[in-house]
Design a binder for this molecule. Structure first.
Ligand code: SAM
Ligand code: SF4
Length: 318
């Protein structure tokens, strides 16, 4: 289905939990979040219903996210069942990778097409610091296994001033020998990061200053990343610059949070309560159509009167 600005909306980000086994400093408060009861989050069957109706409206790609999606009970079955829905041609997951080692084979067997691994540093002490206690070893082991399996992999690195800019070249060099995408994402002023000082927000252009990269032409207009490569690289380097270079004109996505709200735009507090509609026999298809139709033309992050949205990223799903 198209939205009111003639953009084809074919991508759903589905958050399966707002809980997480890490506490990344820019994403979650140190104290964690107030726990929701099972009643307050979408049930397995409710998520499937949302995906089925979304597929009817033209959603072709689903990305599971969170919080940390791998801590959601029944996640492998959910992958299997979503993959069987008519119209869904690509199913991916964004994860911190901590629990992936034990689950990778089952997820692949269930039909997961690709992993987006979030990794902001290759240094174990810095990893512990930014995630407030996470261990890097299992994540790197898992990355190696994904590469051995020749499964598609994207590594997402949030650029953080004073933290990981000195590692940009190391990350870029991962694309030399491996056919992976390393994507640098500008830190967004959402949740915890909305309180951070200006020097932490670094433009994606910094990557182009630090590494010698050639532009790559891609067909996928819906992708928020602009791609580059090393001259002799097997993989690609992506820049996702939501702030310095907005990609709203080609935005193709809606988001559903684990507490059942559909968000037409990441950077707006506007939401429609799908859980309430489902549990009170309302018209779910109409609600999803309305969410697509209501997508704003653009985010206002560069406007003077921009107010950061109220939800933290772990409660939306990146
Ligand atoms: N826990 C999973 C993970 O970390 O991959 C999935 C959820 S996490 C919220 C999804 C992505 O959002 C991660 O890549 C994370 O780095 C990114 N993220 C969180 N807060 C962000 C912010 N303020 N700006 C940019 N990216 C952010
Ligand atoms: Fe958890 Fe992902 Fe947020 Fe880190 S970025 S705290 S791993 S939800």
């Amino acid at each position: 289905m198209k939205d009111s600005y003639d953009r084809k909306i074919n991508y759903l980000r589905l958050s399966v939990t707002d809980r997480c086994n890490l506490r990344c400093k820019y994403c979650m408060p140190e104290s964690g979040i107030s726990k929701k009861t099972h009643q307050d989050i979408l049930r397995h069957e409710e998520m499937l219903r949302i995906v089925r109706i979304s597929a009817k409206l033209g959603i072709e790609k689903v990305r599971l996210t969170g919080g940390e999606p791998l801590i959601r009970k029944g996640i492998v079955d959910l992958v299997r069942e979503i993959k069987c829905i008519d119209g869904i041609r690509e199913l991916t997951m964004t994860t911190n990778g901590i629990l992936l080692g034990d689950m990778l084979d089952d997820l692949v067997e269930a039909g997961l097409d690709r992993i987006n691994l979030s990794l902001d540093t290759l240094d174990e002490n810095k990893y512990r610091k930014i995630t407030r206690g996470g261990e890097l070893g299992p994540v790197l082991d898992c990355m190696k296994r994904i590469l051995d399996k020749k499964m598609k992999l994207k590594i997402n690195v949030v650029l953080i001033g004073g933290f990981n800019i000195d590692e940009v070249v190391d990350f870029v060099n991962l694309t030399k020998d491996h056919p992976i995408d390393v994507r640098f994402i500008e830190l967004m002023p959402i949740g915890e990061a909305s309180q951070w000082s200006h020097d932490k927000f670094v433009s994606g252009e910094k990557v182009l200053e630090l590494a010698k990269l050639l532009p790559v032409v891609t067909e996928d207009l819906g992708s928020p990343a602009k791609y580059y490569k090393l001259e002799d690289g097997l993989g690609r380097v992506g820049l996702i610059n939501p702030i310095s270079c907005s990609f709203c004109d080609n935005c193709n996505r809606i988001r559903v949070t684990s507490d059942g709200k559909v968000k037409p735009c990441l950077h707006s507090d506007s939401e429609i309560d799908l859980m309430n509609i489902i549990r009170n026999q309302g018209d779910l298809e109409e609600a999803l159509k309305e969410a697509i139709w209501k997508k704003p033309k653009a985010h206002g992050m560069n406007d003077e009167d921009y107010m950061p949205i109220k939800r933290d990223m772990n409660r939306i799903g990146g």
